[in-house]
Design a protein around this ligand. Structure first.
Ligand code: 4NP
Length: 150
C-alpha cells in the first residue's frame, strides 16, 4: 500500500491536478492527497482553470479543498511529490529526520531523473499554462502509477 501526497504552494492549481490525475490511474485502495506549503487557500476549491483543464480530459477535481502541508504528513505518506524547488525547500525544512527527507521528491524527476525541474506555477499566467502543466503531470503520473503497481 502506497500513500502519496502531491505538494505545491497554494494547493489550488498544480497539486490538486496531480492528485486528480494520479487517482484516475490507480484504484481507490491507494491514499492520494494534496497540500500546499502556504495556507492562503485552505478550504478553497481548486482554481477554476485547473477544474476546467481537468474536465477537458474527463476528470472532476471540483470537490477538492485546499489544505496546508503539516509535519504529520510525513507520518501518513510514503512519497511526497513537490512541484518545484521552492516547495522542496519548504517541505524539507519541516522534515524531522533522514526518513522524512527521503520521502520528498521532485515530481518531474520521474520523467527527467535527477534534473530537479520545476512544474511552472501557472497561477499568474493564462489558460495555456494550465494545459502545459496538465501534460507534464499526466506524463509523470503515468510513470508513478506504473511504479506503484509493480
Ligand atoms: P499552486 O499555484 O501552488 O500551483 O496552487 C498558486 C496558487 C496561488 C498562489 C500562488 C501559486 N497565490 O499566490 O495565491
Amino acid at each position: 500500500m502506497t500513500n502519496i501526497l502531491m505538494v505545491c504552494l497554494g494547493n489550488i492549481c498544480r497539486s490538486p491536478l496531480a492528485e486528480g490525475i494520479l487517482k484516475s490511474k490507480l484504484s481507490s485502495d491507494f491514499h492520494i492527497d494534496s497540500a500546499g506549503t502556504a495556507n492562503y487557500h485552505a478550504g478553497s476549491s481548486p482554481d477554476k482553470r485547473s477544474i476546467a483543464v481537468a474536465r477537458k480530459y474527463g476528470l472532476d477535481i471540483s470537490h477538492l479543498k485546499g489544505r496546508q502541508f503539516k509535519t504529520s504528513d510525513f507520518d501518513l505518506f510514503d512519497l511526497i511529490y513537490v512541484m518545484d524547488e521552492s516547495n522542496f525547500r519548504n517541505v524539507i525544512s519541516l522534515a524531522r529526520n533522514d526518513e522524512d527527507r527521503a520521502k520528498v521528491k521532485f515530481i518531474l524527476n520521474e520523467v527527467y531523473p535527477n534534473q530537479n525541474y520545476d512544474v511552472p506555477d501557472p497561477y499568474y499566467g493564462g489558460e495555456d499554462g494550465f494545459e502545459n502543466v496538465y501534460k507534464m503531470l499526466d506524463e509523470a503520473c503515468d510513470i508513478i502509477a506504473k511504479k506503484t503497481l509493480t
